[in-house]
Design a protein around this ligand. Structure first.
Ligand code: GDP
Ligand code: MG
Length: 616
């Protein structure tokens, strides 16, 4: 294979990659489409039954296209020819059937028909959605060819009136692209002045630099006439020479005349024709194929710099997309375990940053201590608990009606214990509030850990493990804070009660208590006030100790050992389970695969282009 052949082959493969990309719609497609635009392709244009599909077939040297009268080609067919080393097995592949190799070309034709019908229905409708077909063969030149529906002047039965216009704009959308080389097909048995192909080609390529005039059906011209005026460029001048063709007639097709035979017959036709003998080495399908491939070569050569830079840009884009998607997961358990631990560490780093103030959210814990807890403590219903009525009731029930008893110990104990019971609420609420904040931070941190994005399963497991740990810390914290509250009631020592009467004597007015009820009222008031000041002290203490307990049991633990339990569990897992944990989003896996494949291709392309550029 010459370097140029391989270069055109390479261009073909790049176009192929671009085509797949069209489906894939991943990263920014602008580079890809401009790359596609930079690479040449060849489209056949002409009226219905002018011989477009036949010309394509003889260039390829294979029967594989549906042909016949009427509108046979109803969707664009993007045909990529890939030259194989001689002796290699010939086969075809459709983009829509990626894993199926066709070696029987009759089946290829059938599939084109079926695939056309799949989109258009079995009507005479057309569709602009192309069918992509690749042919790998030692007998082809590297080329991308596009077969298009024939231009027509009238809608036939079953077709909407708009079809004439629709076909024209579809064809135009292909041939107006500056990278499109136009094979303008006109049948020799019609006046060239009426050729739809030439008319359209002239519109989109006025200078004719990318138009090749092809004259088919030379064998069907009336006896005594010839096409020399056209073929020698006198009727209609094009920059490139006209090529005359003799394809198989419908009768040949019906008789299954072999392509090789047809080519030989075509050669013989020109060699023996008295009209065209002098042009015979510049006529025929084989010559057309060579001409096209030479032209492509020069076009590609001119475009190498821009193609190279586009390829480099594409590689860059793909590399960055790969980074974004994450590299593929290793296959051995050790590496998987390593990946998992790395993921955990990445998450922990972010989680800690939240707690340490490097990221927002951790401050909400302090809001619990600075505002929520004090407010809850202030709201406790001690007024009601220490109302004269309640104090009288509690004390009377505990100690009996003993107005002489200056310090009714049981009454005090019950009042204090009752009051302390109220502290349990705010204590538990602080624990729960901090737990809530921590859970939120876990959720946020998981979402912020880029590395985790591709592993939805692992994200869920990590979240579950972290929340489970937080739940354990919460239980522990609750036990500890409630114990703090309970401890305050155990501190009612003998000394505490011994001190009480003195305080009463200091502030009390027993001398004025002539009236027993008024004395009792003052007595209970004093009790209430004593209890109240004790409760006040307790509230002050708890306002300080509850946060300490909560931070110790929950925040500090979360920072130090949130995933400890999880790590032990992971350590026990087998390779298969690890792989399951690293289960990726299938869409993402697909994307990475596509991306990797393309990257490989573009890199190969870059290397090949480099080598070709050196050779010249
Ligand atoms: P398309 O509609 O432009 O794709 O044309 P086809 O390739 O399907 O050909 C239409 C018909 O014209 C078929 O029956 C072909 O056998 C016949 N045909 C095409 N080219 C030639 C030719 O050079 N000579 C003869 N005798 N028949 C041809
Ligand atoms: Mg056709």
């Amino acid at each position: 294979m010459t370097t140029m052949e391989s270069l055109i082959g390479l261009v073909n493969r790049i176009q192929m990659a671009c085509t797949v990309l069209g489906d894939y719609g991943g990263a920014d497609n602008s580079t890809f489409s401009s790359l596609w635009e930079a690479l040449p392709s060849v489209a056949v244009v002409g009226g219905q039954s002018s011989g477009k599909s036949s010309v394509l077939e003889s260039i390829v040297g294979r029967d594989f296209l549906p042909r016949g009268s009427g509108i046979v080609t109803r969707r664009p067919l993007v045909l990529q020819l890939h030259k194989l080393e001689s002796g290699a097995q010939e086969y075809a592949e459709f983009l829509h059937l990626p894993r199926r190799k066709f070696t029987d070309f009759a089946l290829v034709r059938q599939e084109i028909q079926d695939e056309t019908d799949r989109v258009t229905g079995k009507t005479k409708q057309i569709s602009p959605i192309p069918i992509h077909l690749s042919i790998y063969s030692p007998y082809v030149v590297n080329l991308t060819l596009i077969d298009l529906p024939g231009l027509t002047k009238v809608a036939v039965e079953g077709q909407p009136e708009s079809i004439v216009q629709e076909i024209e704009s579809m064809v135009r959308s292909y041939v107006e692209k500056p990278n499109c080389i136009i094979l303008a097909i006109s049948p020799a048995n019609q006046d060239i002045a009426t050729s739809d192909a030439i008319k359209l080609a002239r519109e989109v390529d006025p200078t004719g630099e990318r138009t090749f005039g092809v004259l088919t059906k030379l064998d069907l011209m009336d006896k005594g006439t010839n096409a020399l005026d056209v073929l020698e460029g006198r009727s209609y001048r094009l920059q490139h020479p006209w090529v005359g063709i003799v394809n198989r007639s419908q009768a040949d097709i019906n008789r299954n005349v072999d392509m090789i035979v047809a080519r030989r017959k075509e050669r013989e036709y020109f060699a023996t024709s008295s009209d065209y003998r002098h042009l015979s080495n510049k006529m025929g399908s084989e010559y057309l194929a060579k001409l096209l491939s030479q032209h492509l070569e020069s076009v590609i050569r001119a475009r190498i710099p821009s193609i190279t830079s586009l390829i480099n840009k594409t590689i860059e884009e793909l590399e960055s997309e790969m980074d974004h998607l994450g590299r593929p997961i290793a296959l051995d358990a050790g590496a998987q375990l390593y990946t998992i631990l790395e993921l955990c560490r990445a998450f922990e780093r972010i989680f800690k940053e939240h707690l340490d103030g490097g990221r927002p959210g951790g401050d909400r814990i302090y809001n619990v201590f600075d505002n929520q807890l004090p407010a809850a403590l202030r709201k406790l219903p001690f007024d009601r608990h220490l109302s004269l009525q309640n104090v009288r009731k509690v004390v009377s029930e505990a100690d009996g009606y003993q107005p002489h008893l200056i310090a009714p110990e049981q009454g005090y104990r019950r009042l204090i214990e009752g009051a302390l019971g109220y502290f349990r609420g705010p204590a538990e609420a602080s624990v729960d509030a901090v737990n809530f904040v921590l859970k939120e931070l876990v959720r946020k941190s998981i979402a912020e850990t880029q590395e985790l994005k591709r592993f939805p399963t692992f994200q869920a497991e990590l979240a579950a493990a972290a929340n489970e740990a937080l739940e354990r810390f919460r239980e522990e914290s609750k036990k500890t804070t409630l114990r703090l509250v309970d401890m305050e009631s155990s501190y009612l020592t003998v000394d505490f009660f011994r001190r009480l009467p003195q305080e009463v004597e200091k502030s009390g007015t027993p001398a004025a208590a002539s009236n027993i009820d008024r004395y009792a009222e003052g007595h209970f008031r004093r009790i209430a006030s004593n209890v109240s000041s004790y409760i006040g002290l307790v509230a002050d203490t708890l306002r300080n100790t509850i946060p300490k307990a909560v931070v110790y049991c929950q925040v500090r633990q979360a920072k130090q050992s949130l995933l400890n339990h999880f790590y032990t569990q992971i350590g026990k897992k087998e390779g298969k389970q690890l792989l399951q944990m690293l289960d990726e989003d299938p869409a993402l896996m697909e994307r990475r695969q596509q991306c990797a494949k393309r990257l490989e291709l573009y890199k190969a392309a870059r290397d090949e282009i480099d080598s070709v550029s050196w050779v010249r």
